[in-house]
Design a protein around this ligand. Structure first.
Ligand SMILES: Cc1cc2nc3c(=O)[nH]c(=O)nc-3n(C[C@H](O)[C@H](O)[C@H](O)COP(=O)(O)O)c2cc1C
Length: 219
C-alpha cells in the first residue's frame, strides 16, 4: 500500500514536471514563432523600391542566399520555370540595356539579376508521379516568375540591400537587348530585371493599406 502510494506520488510529480516543461517549451516555442513572424512581417512591410546604390559590391554568399530565397517561391504545378542570370560586370550594362532607357538610372547597381522563364518546360516528375502533366507552353509561368522575383526582393530587404523590380516581358525594347546579350534560346523569356546594391540614402516604404480595398465575405 505504502509502495503503491509512493509510486503514485512519483508518477504525479513526474506528470507535473512534464506538464510544466511542456508548457514552458510551448511558451518559448510560441515566443520564438511570434518574433520570427514579426521579423518576416517587418521585412515585407519595409520592402521598397530602391533606385540609387553605393559602389559596394555584394558578397557571393549573400547573392546565393537571395537566389535560394527566390527559387523557394511557389510554382503552379511545381513546374519551376525559372532561370536566373546574375550580371555583376558593370561594363556590360550598356550592352545588356541597349535601347532600354528605363535602365539608365540603374547603371551603378552592384548587380543586375535577370529573371527568365522557360515557357515550354513541362512538369518533371517530382514527389508525386501521378500529378497531372503540365501542357506546353505552361499557361501560368508569369505567376511563378512574379513570386520568384518578389521573394528575391524580400531577401534583399532582409539583408539591408536595395533593389527594384523593373518590367522586361512583354516589352520588346527591353527583352530583345537582354536576350541578344545573354544569347537566350527562343524558349527562354527575360521576365523581370532587378538591379540590386547597397542603398545610397534613406528610403521609406509606402503605406498602401486602404480599407476600401479590403472586403470580407462579399465584395
Ligand atoms: C511588374 C512591375 C514592373 C515594374 N517596372 C518598373 C520599371 O520598369 N521601372 C521602375 O523604376 N520601377 C518599376 N517597378 C516598381 C514600381 O514602380 C514600384 O513597385 C511601385 O512604384 C511601388 O513602390 P514600392 O515598390 O516602393 O512599394 C515595377 C514593379 C512591378 C511590380
Amino acid at each position: 500500500m505504502k509502495k503503491s502510494f509512493f509510486y503514485l506520488t512519483l508518477a504525479l510529480i513526474g506528470l507535473g514536471m512534464l506538464a510544466a516543461s511542456c508548457s514552458s517549451k510551448d511558451e518559448s516555442n510560441a515566443t520564438a514563432a511570434v518574433s520570427a513572424a514579426d521579423a518576416t512581417i517587418n521585412t515585407i512591410m519595409q520592402r521598397k523600391s530602391v533606385r540609387s546604390y553605393t559602389d559596394s559590391t555584394i558578397a557571393p554568399e549573400l547573392m546565393e542566399s537571395m537566389l535560394r530565397a527566390a527559387v523557394a517561391a511557389p510554382s503552379g504545378m511545381d513546374v519551376r520555370p525559372w532561370h536566373i542570370v546574375v550580371v555583376t560586370d558593370k561594363s556590360k550594362y550598356d550592352e545588356l540595356f541597349a535601347g532600354n532607357f528605363n535602365m539608365e538610372k540603374f547603371k551603378q547597381s552592384a548587380a543586375v539579376v535577370i529573371f527568365c522563364a522557360d515557357t515550354t518546360v513541362t512538369r518533371p516528375p517530382r514527389e508525386d508521379p501521378n500529378a497531372p502533366a503540365v501542357t506546353s507552353p505552361n499557361p501560368i509561368w508569369r505567376d511563378d516568375m512574379g513570386a520568384c522575383t518578389e521573394n528575391f526582393l524580400l531577401a534583399a530587404e532582409a539583408y539591408g540591400l536595395g533593389a527594384v523590380w523593373t518590367a522586361c516581358y512583354p516589352f520588346h525594347d527591353r527583352m530583345d537587348p537582354v536576350a541578344n546579350y545573354l544569347k537566350l534560346p527562343s524558349n527562354i523569356v527575360p521576365y523581370s530585371i532587378v538591379p540590386v546594391g547597397y542603398p545610397n540614402g534613406e528610403f521609406e516604404p509606402k503605406d498602401k493599406w486602404d480599407t476600401t480595398r479590403i472586403h470580407y465575405e462579399m465584395f
